[in-house]
Write a protein that binds this ligand. Structure first.
Ligand code: PLP
Length: 494
């Protein structure tokens, strides 16, 4: 072998090459950790979000780096050009969409998981037992039987899709996986509220059942699915030869946090032999709070529940979850063991069947369970419940301030932690108010003070404050109100 070959044979390791290099790496690593802890500790001193300069964006259009580079240099670029231009959901002033704030403990757990680099598709190792521990905790929390199965997925979009597929298997049998939906004589129809998340329609699309086969049922004044309309639609569809197979209830609508009457929906689903799935993306984890849990009555009757640890429970992205009452049906929907390279064993590393890959479409899977396990072990269910209760208390505080101010108008009842309102000074039309409030939301986001998002409520453009961040306090709510009024006055005068 030539010298060159020998060198290439011995030098492919990506690790530092010797004790001196390890020492230098260790020092750099500690510096990086310190920078992230500093980011979290001093986050209030930063803007929530800031517009991205063109030059920064252009910096990510460089050619593929062929030659090795310096870690310290890459980290510097991260600190200067990436970190300041994130969306800001770690910041207490972030009130947009439905984003979790993350936590220092979750951050450290992510690092440990990355170091271990476990693949949780299958095989016999303790990381999978950690995931099963979470499944057991979730069953306990939601009052599900021991035969219920659970799986970490990216998010509730995927979890709702999996729930839809399990419902499809229940109605058409596992043969649908081989024969396809087109081979069935049945025309499956599904039902959810008009305020349901868009991923429910997407799930129908991905499952080959079609978006039009999802009936969007109007909501009542509280934003809940109108059950008399649901019953009427089920009747009409049955008479017209459709097969209702799935009803999706929402526990916490994305726009206003409304919770459907889950107990009543469970009963209607049973009457029509339909599967009852709950999209509890953020709301389901209100079960952590004994004070809020009664609001979710009926959740324990669901055939499956989709939810996210990465929203209200603050686990770093991503950590979605699907819980399925009938673990066998869940298995029938996904299991496939005919591949020789995935053969299971009684002993050795290939033991421990069924594997997580038998419960969903992913084979290679990261160790999402670890950051969730750390979050629960360190903060405790009670500590996390306090975070959730605190967000709801802040929403009540905000609601009171809005109703007490004649220039502000509340646009939806506050069910949990989401407040929809608008700036409505005397004498302006609805049309002017829509345009003005759109400008206010942009001004708030660009100010870096607070970052709400928007939605439409009762035909009006609404400023939407979704309070999910554990760092948010009354000080941030006051800042939201002050800035809304200041920008509102300024923009209305312009
Ligand atoms: C966030 C959310 C979803 C989507 O969940 P992802 O984790 O973003 O995929 C679905 N439904 C509701 C009610 C949500 O709030």
């Amino acid at each position: 072998m030539s010298d060159k070959n020998t060198k290439e044979m011995s030098s492919s390791s990506l690790d530092p090459a010797n004790p001196e290099e390890w020492q230098a790496f260790r020092q750099q690593a500690h510096g990086m950790l310190d920078d992230m802890l500093g980011y979290l500790q001093d986050i209030r001193s930063r803007p929530v979000w800031q517009p991205i300069p063109d030059a920064i964006r252009a910096g990510f259009h460089e050619p593929l780096p062929r030659a090795p580079g310096d870690l310290a240099q890459a980290h510097r670029t991260f600190m200067d050009n990436i970190l300041p231009y994130a969306v800001g959901n770690a910041h207490p002033g972030f009130m947009g969409w439905v984003h979790g704030g993350g936590s220092p403990v979750g951050m450290l757990a992510e690092m440990l998981a990355a170091g271990l680099n476990a693949n949780l598709g299958g095989r016999d190792h303790i990381p999978i037992e950690v995931e099963r521990q979470i499944v057991r905790w979730v069953r306990e929390l939601f009052g599900f039987p021991e035969t219920a199965s659970g799986l970490f997925v990216t998010g509730s979009s995927m979890a709702n899709f999996i729930g839809t597929l399990v419902a499809r298997t229940r109605k058409l049998g596992a043969d649908v996986r081989t024969d396809g939906v087109a081979a069935s004589a049945q025309r499956l129809s599904a039902y959810t509220s008009a305020r349901a998340h868009g991923c429910i329609a997407q799930a129908m699309d991905l499952a080959g059942l079609g978006r039009d086969m999802l009936r969007l049922i109007p909501v009542n004044e509280y934003g809940q699915m109108d059950l008399s309309v649901l019953a009427a639609q089920l009747k009409v569809d049955s008479e017209r030869g459709f097969t209702p197979f799935l009803i999706v209830g929402t526990a916490g609508t994305v726009d206003a946090g409304a919770i459907d009457d889950l107990t009543a929906i469970a009963q209607i689903a049973r009457q029509h032999d339909a599967y009852f799935h709950v999209d509890g993306a953020f709301g389901a984890l209100a079960m952590l709070s004994p004070q809020l849990a009664p609001r979710l009555k009926g959740l324990e009757l669901a055939d499956s529940v989709a939810f996210d640890f990465h929203k209200w429970m603050q686990v770093p992205y991503d950590a979605g979850f699907i819980l399925v009452r009938d673990g066998e049906l869940h298995l029938e929907t996904f299991a496939s063991q005919e591949k020789t390279y995935l053969k299971r064993g009684e002993r050795g590393m290939a033991a421990g069947s069924p594997w997580p890959c038998d419960y969903g479409p992913d084979l290679s899977r990261g160790f999402r369970a670890l950051k969730t396990w750390f979050t629960l072990k360190v903060y405790g269910a009670d500590g996390l419940a306090r975070v959730i209760e605190h967000s709801c208390a802040l929403a009540q505080y905000l609601q009171q301030k809005i109703t007490a101010n004649p220039q502000l108008q509340l646009l939806a009842p506050v069910a949990l932690n989401i407040v929809c309102f608008r700036y409505l000074p005397e004498g302006i039309s609805d049309e002017q108010a829509d345009a003005l409030n759109q400008q206010i939301v942009i001004a708030l986001q660009e100010s870096g003070i607070v970052a709400p998002s928007s939605t439409t409520m009762g035909g009006h453009f609404a400023i939407r404050a979704a309070l999910f961040n554990h760092r948010t306090s009354t000080q941030d709510i006051d800042a939201l109100l002050d800035a809304t009024l200041t920008f509102g006055r300024r923009l209305a005068a312009a």
